[in-house]
Design a protein around this ligand. Structure first.
Ligand SMILES: [Zn+2]
Length: 252
């Protein structure tokens, strides 16, 4: 069992997601821990694939570049209304029941209008998705994405923002908000500052910032990038067209 897996505890509660066309190398990663805690345990729930199930994805890519192409092609199908919805039947459910080998990991916004698997026309076991308002790279999310990449083998780490994002917009307005919502603002504020009042730019800047943070805050992810085993990418999903536009998230 890996060091990452051993160190995972039930204190985390990650959520979030990740884009396309940009192939600059960066990285990220994350997942969901809370649901597993106190039930069957994180380790068993998120068990890495065993050989008997690794054939599940007939289209399983062997390189980060191939994985990126699957995402780009899937989003194009979705936006054109030509989805194939593969890997969404009970046969696939049973195939991945005892193990997973997702080809991409995502840090995305929790917005109900941006369901990652649907946007990219993927199915069960294909994507390791973490979602959180504003697609911010919190420490819990980073830990989850490390699991999705280092342990499960995702070849693309994708940060996916979207147009008219409420979290970015709220940060820009700076209005008083209830509860702990304002806790998200600190992660988004640098992008808002750089955008000079332009919401679309703030959304793109935020994707870039979170991707760079993932790369720089995680030695685990950095090593995967250096070995060319992982690509970090970013994009913005258009709520109206369904298309994802790439954001350059290159990290040095
Ligand atoms: Zn949003």
């Amino acid at each position: 069992m890996s060091e990452i897996l051993r160190n995972m505890t039930c204190s985390g509660s990650g959520s979030s997601s990740g884009s396309l066309r940009s192939t600059r190398r960066t990285l990220l990663g994350q997942s969901m821990l809370t649901a597993a805690c106190g039930v069957a345990g994180f380790t068993s729930l998120m068990a890495a694939d065993d050989d008997s199930n690794s054939q599940s994805a007939s289209k399983a890519p062997e390189t980060p570049e191939e994985a990126m192409k699957l995402l780009i092609d899937g989003n194009r199908r979705f936006a054109e209304g030509k989805t194939i919805s593969s890997n969404r039947d009970m046969s696939r459910v049973r195939e991945v029941a005892n193990g997973q080998k997702p080809f991409a990991a995502f840090l995305g916004c929790a917005d109900s209008r941006v369901p990652i698997e649907i946007v990219f026309d993927q199915g069960f076991g294909d994507l390791f998705v973490t979602r959180i308002a504003g697609n911010v790279a919190s420490s819990e999310n980073i830990g989850s994405l490390e699991f999705g990449t280092k342990i499960l083998g995702a070849k693309v780490l994708y940060v996916l923002g979207h147009t008219r994002c409420g979290a970015v917009s709220a940060t820009m307005k700076g209005d008083e908000v209830p509860g702990q919502i304002s806790g998200l603002f600190q992660h988004i504020r640098p992008a808002v500052k750089a955008a000079n009042g332009d919401l679309d730019r703030a959304i793109s800047e935020n994707v870039r910032n979170q991707a760079v943070l993932l790369a720089e805050a995680s030695p685990t992810i950095s090593r995967l990038i250096q070995r060319k085993e992982l690509i970090v990418a970013g994009g913005v999903y258009d709520l109206s067209s369904g298309l994802v536009t790439a954001v350059d998230v290159a990290v040095s």
